[in-house]
Design a protein around this ligand. Structure first.
Ligand SMILES: [Zn+2]
Length: 126
């Protein structure tokens, strides 16, 4: 069975994206460089006690948290994206799901695969 985009899911791929992976101790002293975590956050997101609201479409839930190094970005279904300086790796780890991880070849594939490419603009899932 192929993935929705027609690939064989068993084929190993080289990517920096690790989605839904359970954190494990690094096998080498050097942390993996350029790792990007993309973690869906379906419910409302609170930063400094305030509900996060998309400046572009007024959405108040169903986010994608993107961690790039120490920086965390919030992406809306409408594709509006911004860096949230008050979120860090700890907050992303907190909402990370257990279970199999999904790896993506590039940003566009990841956005499409997770439904954050704008196709589901103004749509709440779940
Ligand atoms: Zn939006």
């Amino acid at each position: 069975m192929n993935t929705p985009d027609g690939r064989d899911p068993e084929t190993p791929r080289i990517t920096h994206f690790r989605y839904g992976q359970t954190p494990e101790p690094a096998s080498t002293p050097e942390p993996e460089p350029n790792i990007v975590l993309a973690v869906p956050h379906p419910s409302a997101l609170h930063v400094r006690g305030i509900v996060v609201r998309c400046a572009a479409c007024d959405a108040v839930r169903d986010w994608l948290l993107i961690q790039v190094g120490a920086a965390v970005f919030v992406r809306c279904r409408c594709t509006h994206e911004w860096q949230e300086h008050d979120l860090g790796a700890a907050e992303v780890s907190e909402v990370r799901l257990s279970g199999p991880e999904r790896e993506w070849a590039d940003w566009d594939e990841m956005y499409r695969g997770l439904g954050f490419d704008g196709l589901l603009r103004m749509t709440y899932l779940g």
